[in-house]
Design a protein around this ligand. Structure first.
Ligand code: GDP
Length: 534
C-alpha cells in the first residue's frame, strides 16, 4: 500500500461527517432535511425531496403500500457538500410505523441530531432512538424546531433532556421570543443576534441579518420587554449553565442545543456550521482484529440494512454498506467474512433520495448500495487484507407480536423458506413458543408496518398466504445470563417466556408496568431491551 493512498483516505475522512436525525413524526425531519440539502446545493427548491418521492412512487406497485398510507418505508442516504465538508445524512423512516431499520441505521451513524418540536418536547419515538444512540455513545446535537409557533420555555425544554435522558445540555444559540413574537436567535459563540424575518419563506437560503450584542439598536429591534427577558435568561445561562466541553460532546454526555424554525429556514445554517465544527469525523470501529482505524488502507465495511424492491422495474434488493476503512472502488473484489467467499462489488450505487447514481469510489463514513445477490445479511462484514469481522448489529426490543399461520398446509415448505429468508434479511424478528406443540413462528416487530411488509412479500415473492394472530404483548426483554439465570430466578408473574431465533430466552410483557414489576421483584435478573449480538 502506498502512503499516497493513505494520505488520500486520511484527507477524505477529515472532510467527512455523517449523521442521522432522530425525532418523533411531525417534529419536522423532512423539512429540516430539505433545508440542509438546500445549503448543500444538492437541491434547488424546497419541496423537491417530497416531490421526487411522490413521482417515483406513482410508478410502483410495491410502493403502492407506501402511497396508500402516505409514508415512506425506505430509508436512504443523502450526500451533500458544504463548506469543504462532505456530509452524509442517513435518513431514517420517520412515520409512527417505524421499523427495526430505523434503529439499525443508527448503527452506521457517527453523530445524531435530536430534533424536537419546541411545543412538545421529548416524545416517545425520540426517547427510544435516543437509547440506541446512548448505547453507542455517539455525539447528540439537539435542535428545537418550530420556534415561529408558541412553544414551551427553552429552559424547561433543556431541563427535560437533563432530567429525563440524563444528558447534559449546552445552549449554543438562544431564542429571543417565540411564536408571534419570535425575534431571532443569539449565537453565543460569536455573540451575535440573528434577526428573524417573518417574510422569509425559506424556499431559498435565508437572508440573515446579524447584529452584535453590543449594538445600541438592539433594544429597539427586539422590543424592550423581550430584550430584558433575553438579557436575564442569558445571565442565567452564563451563571448556572454548563461549561462547553467538546470531549463530553464527543462522548455523548453533553448535547449542544440549537433553536430555530426549519420551515422558515431560520437557524438552520447556524446549526449546520456549529455542527460541522463539533461533530465527530468517521472513527475507528471494533472488530475481531481490534479497533480498525478508517485510514487503515485495506477496504472494509459492514451491512446495516437490506432493502427489497426499491426499484419496481428491477425487483431487486439492495444491501447498504457502511464503509469503515480504506477506499472503495467500483468492481473491486472483496472477501465476505461470514461465508468465506469472495464477491465482486459491481453496480455500486450512491443513493440520493429515491434516485440512484452509479458510484465509482467511496471512503470511510460513506454508504454504498449494492445489488444483493442474496448473500448479504444484516451485520455482515466485507473486507480486504487480513480477515476481520465487525461487531454485529444487535436486535432491538420489539413491541408487536403475532403468530404467523400458514392456512395452506401444502405450501408448508414455501412458507418456511419465506419466513426464514425474511428473518435473515432482517425484515422482522422471529420467536418461538417454549411450548413444543406450538410450532408456528411468532413475528416480533418494532412497527406494524413490518407485519404488512412480511405478509405482502410472502404473497408476492413466495406465493403463499398467511394469517396473523396478534398476541397481547408490547414489551420484550432478553435475559442476561440466559436460561440458567432465568431458572435461578424461579417463577415470574405476568410474563411469558419465548425463544428468539438463536434459542435465547426472551420475556414478553403486556405492558411496561408488568416489566417493571418483575424487575423490581428480581433485581438479580439482568433484563435487556437491546439484545446482545448473537
Ligand atoms: P416529519 O414527520 O418529522 O418529517 O415532519 P415534517 O417535516 O413533515 O413536518 C411536519 C409538519 O410540521 C409539516 O406540516 C411542516 O410544514 C411543519 N413544520 C416543520 N417545521 C416547522 C417549523 O419550523 N415551523 C412550523 N410552524 N411548522 C413546521
Amino acid at each position: 500500500m502506498t502512503t499516497d493512498l493513505q494520505a488520500e483516505i486520511a484527507t477524505a475522512v477529515d472532510q467527512r461527517r455523517n449523521f442521522a436525525i432522530i425525532s418523533h413524526p411531525d417534529a419536522g425531519k423532512t423539512t429540516l432535511t430539505e433545508k440542509l440539502l438546500l445549503y448543500g446545493g444538492a437541491i434547488h427548491e424546497a419541496g423537491a425531496v417530497k416531490a421526487k418521492r411522490a413521482q417515483r412512487h406513482a410508478t410502483s406497485d410495491w410502493m403502492e403500500m407506501e402511497q396508500q398510507r402516505g409514508i415512506s418505508i425506505t430509508s436512504t442516504v443523502l450526500q451533500f457538500d458544504y463548506s469543504g465538508y462532505t456530509i452524509n445524512l442517513l435518513d431514517t423512516p420517520g412515520h409512527q410505523d417505524f421499523s427495526e431499520d430505523t434503529y439499525r441505521t443508527l448503527a452506521a451513524a457517527d453523530n445524531a441530531v435530536m430534533l424536537e418540536d419546541a411545543a412538545k418536547g421529548l416524545e416517545p419515538q425520540t426517547r427510544k432512538l435516543f437509547e440506541v444512540c446512548r448505547m453507542r455513545g455517539i455525539p447528540i446535537f439537539t435542535f428545537f424546531n418550530k420556534l415561529d409557533r408558541p412553544g414551551r420555555e427553552p429552559l424547561e425544554l433543556m431541563d427535560e433532556i437533563e432530567q429525563e435522558l440524563g444528558l447534559q445540555t449546552y445552549a449554543v444559540n438562544w431564542p429571543i421570543g417565540m411564536g408571534d413574537r419570535f425575534k431571532g436567535v443569539y449565537d453565543r459563540r460569536k455573540q451575535q443576534i440573528h434577526l428573524f424575518e417573518r417574510t422569509a419563506h425559506g424556499s431559498r437560503e435565508a437572508k440573515d441579518t446579524v447584529v452584535d450584542l453590543g449594538d445600541p439598536r438592539i433594544e429597539d429591534l427586539l422590543e424592550k420587554d423581550l430584550y430584558y427577558q433575553f438579557k436575564e435568561e442569558l445571565e442565567l445561562l452564563e451563571a448556572a449553565g454548563t461549561e462547553f466541553d467538546l470531549a463530553q460532546v464527543h462522548a455523548g454526555k453533553l448535547t449542544p442545543v440549537f433553536f430555530g424554525s426549519a420551515m422558515t429556514n431560520f437557524g438552520v445554517e447556524l446549526f449546520l456550521e456549529s455542527f460541522l465544527d463539533y461533530a465527530l469525523k468517521p472513527g475507528s470501529r471494533r472488530s475481531t482484529q481490534g479497533d480498525i482505524d478508517p485510514t487503515y488502507p485495506e477496504f472494509s465495511g459492514f451491512v446495516f440494512k437490506l432493502q427489497a424492491n426499491m426499484d419496481p422495474k428491477h425487483r431487486d434488493r439492495i444491501a447498504f454498506i457502511r464503509v469503515c476503512s480504506g477506499k472503495f472502488e467500483k468492481d473491486m473484489v472483496v472477501n465476505h467474512a461470514r461465508t468465506g467467499k469472495t464477491v465482486r462489488l459491481s453496480h455500486p450505487q450512491k443513493l440520493f433520495g429515491q434516485g440512484r447514481q452509479s458510484l465509482d469510489e467511496a471512503y470511510p463514513g460513506d454508504v454504498i448500495g449494492l445489488n444483493n445477490p442474496g448473500m448479504f445479511a444484516i451485520g455482515d462484514t466485507i473486507y480486504n487484507g487480513k480477515k476481520l469481522e465487525y461487531e454485529g448489529i444487535p436486535s432491538f426490543s420489539p413491541e408487536l407480536f403475532a403468530y404467523l399461520r400458514n392456512p395452506n398446509p401444502s405450501k408448508f415448505k414455501q412458507f418456511q423458506k419465506g419466513v426464514n429468508e425474511l428473518r435473515e434479511e432482517g425484515a422482522v424478528q422471529i420467536m418461538y413458543s417454549t411450548d413444543e406443540s406450538k410450532r408456528e413462528p411468532i413475528l416480533a416487530a418494532v412497527g406494524q408496518l413490518q407485519f404488512e411488509v412480511v405478509q405482502f412479500r410472502l404473497r408476492n415473492e413466495y406465493n403463499v398466504d398467511s394469517l396473523l394472530d396478534p398476541l397481547p404483548y408490547s414489551v420484550a426483554r432478553w435475559v442476561g445470563g440466559g436460561w440458567a439465570a432465568l431458572e435461578k430466578a424461579g417463577r415470574l408473574f405476568n410474563t411469558v417466556t419465548v425463544k428468539d431465533s438463536w434459542g435465547r430466552p426472551v420475556l414478553l410483557f403486556k405492558n411496561e408496568w408488568n416489566c417493571q414489576q418483575v424487575e423490581g421483584e428480581h433485581p438479580e435478573l439482568d433484563l435487556r431491551a437491546i439484545a446482545p449480538v448473537a
